[in-house]
Design a protein around this ligand. Structure first.
Ligand SMILES: *Cc1c(COP(=O)(O)O)cnc(C)c1O
Length: 360
C-alpha cells in the first residue's frame, strides 16, 4: 500500500529494516548515544538553528510536540495569540483552552492566507499578548503560510513566535535566522520519513535552560526533558524502535540532500499529480504557488463522492486523504511525502484514469 495521506508515510526499506535491531533499554548508554545522535541530526537540518536551538524529543505524535510546546512556553499570566486558518491552528487554541491559559483566537478564512494587518489589529487590541502561535504548513488545505512578515512583526513587538511546523519540517525552508522563533514543533513521521511515536520541539537553548514553570503537566514539560536529554537520557520510557527508525531516516535524509532535495522531490510528484488531474478537469483548491511542496487539495469531481474515490484508489493500492471540517464533502488531498518511487507515481496516475473512466 502506498500512503498518500499526510503522515504516517510509506517507509523506505532501510527505515523498515532499522526496526529489526536488537532490543534496547532506554536506561542503557547505547540509548543515550542514540538520543544524542538523533538530536544532533535534527538540530543540523537547518544550519542556522544549530547554534541556538536544542531539539527536545517527546514520545507521541505531532500533536504531542505542539501541546508540549504550548504547555512549556505559553504563559499563565500573559495571553497567546493563535492565528488560525485551518484545523491545526484551531487545535492549538483548543489546547490552550484545555490548559486553562489565556489565549486570543484569530479565526481567519480557511481558504485564505494570513492577513498580517489583522494580526497587528489583534495585537493592538490585546496588549497582554506575550506569545503568538501559528501553523507553517496548514495541512487542512495544503497552504504554506508565509511567515516572514508575521515573524518580523513578532520581533518588533518582542512577542515569542511558536510555530507548528509538523508537516513542513524537513520538506520546506524554515529560516530560523529570519523568523527567530521561540520554538518550532515537528514530528518523525511526516517529511522526515520516520515512524509515528516520536516528535520533537526545537527551542531556544537559553530559554529552555531558564525554568519558567508554565508547564501544565509533568509529562509534557520540555524543560524537564531538556535537562535529561543534554546527556541523552529521558525522564520517561521512550519508544526505542521509533528512535532507531528516526535515526536511520535522518541518515537517509542527509545522504539524499537534506530538506532542499526532499522539497524538490515532493514538488515534482505533486506537480505531476496536479497536471494529470487538471487534464481530467479536477481543480486544485488553492491557486498556483500557494500550496506546500508535499500536499495538494483538490475539489472532488462532480458525481464522485469521497468514499467512492477513496475506495476505488485503495483497491489499486493507494490511500488518499479526506477533507476536514466544512471541507469534508468538497475536497480530497494527496500528500507526496514518504518513499514514493517513479513507478508508484505512474501506477497512481493510471489508477486515477481507471477510476475516472468507470465512475465519472
Ligand atoms: C499532522 C499534523 C499535526 C499533528 O497531527 P497528529 O495527528 O498528532 O500527528 C499537527 N499539525 C499539523 C500542521 C499537521 O499536519
Amino acid at each position: 500500500m502506498i500512503l498518500l495521506n499526510p503522515g504516517p508515510v510509506t517507509l523506505s526499506a532501510r527505515v523498515r529494516q532499522a526496526l529489526q535491531q536488537e532490543d534496547l533499554c532506554h536506561r542503557e548508554p547505547e540509548f543515550a548515544a542514540l538520543t544524542l545522535d538523533v538530536r544532533d541530526r535534527i538540530e543540523h537540518i537547518y544550519p542556522a538553528a544549530a547554534a541556538d536551538y536544542a531539539a527536545v524529543l517527546v514520545a507521541g505524535s505531532g500533536s504531542c510536540a505542539v501541546e508540549a510546546m504550548l504547555s512549556t512556553f505559553a504563559a499563565h499570566d500573559r495571553a497567546t495569540l493563535v492565528v488560525c486558518n485551518g484545523v491545526y491552528g484551531e487545535r492549538m487554541a483548543q489546547m490552550l483552552a484545555q490548559q486553562r491559559k489565556p489565549y486570543v483566537p484569530l479565526l481567519l478564512d480557511w481558504q485564505g492566507g494570513i492577513d498580517v494587518a489583522k494580526v497587528e489589529q489583534a495585537l493592538d487590541a490585546h496588549p497582554d499578548v506575550a506569545t503568538l502561535a501559528v501553523v507553517h504548513h496548514e495541512t487542512t488545505t495544503g497552504r504554506l503560510n508565509q511567515l516572514d512578515e508575521l515573524a518580523a512583526l513578532c520581533q518588533r513587538r518582542h512577542i515569542g513566535l511558536l510555530v507548528d511546523a509538523v508537516s513542513s519540517f524537513g520538506g520546506e525552508e524554515i529560516p530560523f535566522e529570519r523568523w527567530q522563533p521561540l520554538a518550532i514543533a515537528a514530528t518523525a513521521n511526516k517529511c522526515l520519513h520516520g515512524i509515528p511515536g516520536v516528535a520533537f520541539v526545537l527551542a531556544l537553548r537559553e530559554v529552555l535552560a531558564t525554568p519558567h514553570g508554565h508547564a501544565t503537566t509533568l509529562y509534557l514539560d520540555l524543560e524537564r526533558y531538556y535537562v535529561a536529554q543534554q546527556q541523552g537520557w529521558s525522564p520517561f520510557t521512550q519508544p526505542v524502535q521509533a528512535f532507531q527508525a528516526l535515526q536511520e531516516a535522518l541518515r537517509e535524509f542527509a545522504e539524499g540532500g537534506g530538506w532542499q532535495a526532499r522539497q524538490a522531490r515532493f514538488t515534482a510528484l505533486s506537480n505531476a499529480v496536479a497536471q494529470h488531474l487538471a487534464a481530467k478537469g479536477v481543480q486544485p483548491l488553492l491557486g498556483a504557488g500557494e500550496s506546500s511542496s508535499m500536499l495538494r487539495a483538490y475539489h472532488l469531481p462532480a458525481r464522485l463522492p469521497y468514499d467512492l474515490l477513496h475506495d476505488a484508489l485503495k483497491a489499486h493500492g493507494f490511500v488518499i486523504y479526506a477533507g476536514q471540517g466544512a471541507l469534508a464533502a468538497q475536497i480530497f488531498r494527496i500528500a507526496t511525502m514518504g518513499a514514493i518511487a517513479d513507478g508508484d507515481l505512474q501506477r497512481l496516475l493510471a489508477a486515477f484514469d481507471d477510476v475516472f473512466a468507470r465512475e465519472a
